[in-house]
Design a protein around this ligand. Structure first.
Ligand SMILES: C[S@@+](CC[C@H](N)C(=O)[O-])C[C@H]1O[C@@H](n2cnc3c(N)ncnc32)[C@H](O)[C@@H]1O
Length: 218
């Protein structure tokens, strides 16, 4: 016999259990960013294989670095100061199976000063460096005479240094530095024959001029 007044015949309903996935702990980029070895660094030992070696200094979000790695023209080492960017780009490189590339978190000036062997690098990319304008930030500048000395030591004869910027004053300053340095023949070029960086793509989209320098190691 059915209970009067209570049994409606509808299946019973229960309060819906709310299942929320626990929030993952924040990634500690400082700890997890890929660090280069301490002490003297053999750049040729960082990546397996024996193709020509390129460097992407301050790769930011990594577009140029990853594209160059995908083109498999040789090997490429990326160096980025910001831990989060270095971590994310290195993760992506590994996910894509780009075994000819490695991204590291480091100050390129400090890392390359203790790197060798001399003449082991074929090409260096420095896309849109030095977004600093205040005098107190001068110590952060990457393309300095000291950095050019380091690159002149690492780049083999006939190797290249590519520098791009959207600031004409900076391009003129880099050009003058390179011309005065003595180890490079420098010229302006209209197109980027290698791989565009995130900043370069954005500059193109915004219709901003990009100033490009190609310096050849004497
Ligand atoms: C204006 S952003 C350009 C990023 C990227 N190359 C592009 O063109 O889209 C400059 C980048 O250089 C990095 N950087 C600045 N000083 C550096 C240094 N000493 N060593 C390595 N990376 C550096 C910054 O963290 C930043 O990601």
């Amino acid at each position: 016999m059915r209970a009067i007044g209570f049994d409606t015949g509808a299946p019973p309903t229960y309060p819906r259990a709310v299942s929320r996935a626990p929030t993952p702990p924040p990634i500690r980029y400082e700890e997890r960013a890929p660090a280069p070895p301490d002490g003297p660094v053999d750049l040729l030992a960082l990546i397996e294989g024996d193709g020509p070696l390129e460097l992407d200094v301050g790769f930011g979000r990594g577009r140029s670095f990853l594209e160059r790695a995908r083109a498999r023209v040789g090997r490429i080492v990326g160096i980025e100061l910001k831990a989060k960017l270095a971590y994310e780009v290195e993760q992506r490189r590994a996910r894509e199976g780009l075994v000819n590339a490695r991204a590291f978190r480091a100050d390129a000036r400090e890392l390359l000063e203790r790197a060798g062997p001399d003449g082991c690098v074929t090409r260096v990319f420095v896309h849109f460096p030095d977004p600093w304008w205040k005098k107190r930030h001068a110590k952060r500048m990457v393309v300095t005479d000291a950095f050019l000395d380091t690159l002149a030591r690492l780049i083999g004869v006939g190797g290249e240094l590519y520098v791009a910027t959207d600031v004409e004053e900076r391009a003129a300053e880099y050009e003058a530095r390179l011309a005065a340095h003595g180890a490079f023949d420098v010229r302006r070029i209209d197109e980027n024959p290698f791989a565009r960086s995130n900043r370069e793509v954005r500059a193109d989209e915004d219709g901003l001029p990009v100033h490009r320098l190609l310096a050849r190691r004497r």
